[in-house]
Design a protein around this ligand. Structure first.
Ligand SMILES: [Zn+2]
Length: 159
């Protein structure tokens, strides 16, 4: 091994590189983007690499999938420090820091089984509002149940 212990991943041609994800949150980021790995496009995941800013961080590279800024901003819920690089023909075409959405619709499941969004008949799309960034707190718009990071992890099937 050389002095620098760098983990090399090949450059991507078209896609998105998400950097500065807090260490250990890469899988959550993928789930928030609706990526399970079964869709067929290439995903590179680097976890627990050194970062000057964060100590350690995760990096996710997704090739061949278009993601909108709104979709990408969802990851701010679990990775507020994340930066996004959009790549076209191996060149970074735009770069931005994710910003937390105030409303999250249709993505997370309310943990209250009696919530109208969990009813079998006439299910309503879930909707959450951000009430606190640090620590993360989202409130269900329908029943008022507060959801924290652990609830979001559970909702995304990661616990
Ligand atoms: Zn609810």
């Amino acid at each position: 091994m050389s002095g620098k212990s760098e983990l090399i991943i090949s450059k991507i041609r078209n896609g998105v590189v998400i950097d500065h994800i807090p260490a250990g949150r890469a899988l959550l980021v993928l789930r928030l983007l609706g990526i399970s790995g079964r869709e067929g496009f290439r995903v590179a995941l680097v976890m627990n690499v050194e970062s000057r800013k964060l100590g350690t961080k995760d990096i996710v590279k997704i090739e061949g999938r278009e993601l909108t800024k709104d979709e990408l901003n969802l990851i701010a819920l679990v990775a507020p420090t994340a930066t996004v690089n959009m790549v076209r023909d191996y060149e970074v075409t735009s770069k931005f820091k994710v910003t937390m959405p105030n409303v999250v619709e249709g993505l997370l499941k309310c943990k209250n089984p009696k919530c109208i969004t969990n009813q079998q008949r006439e299910p309503v799309k879930s909707r959450f509002r951000l009430v606190s960034r640090e620590p993360l707190k989202l409130v269900c718009d329908y029943c008022g149940t507060i959801h924290e990071l652990s609830d979001i992890e559970r909702s995304l099937g990661l616990v």
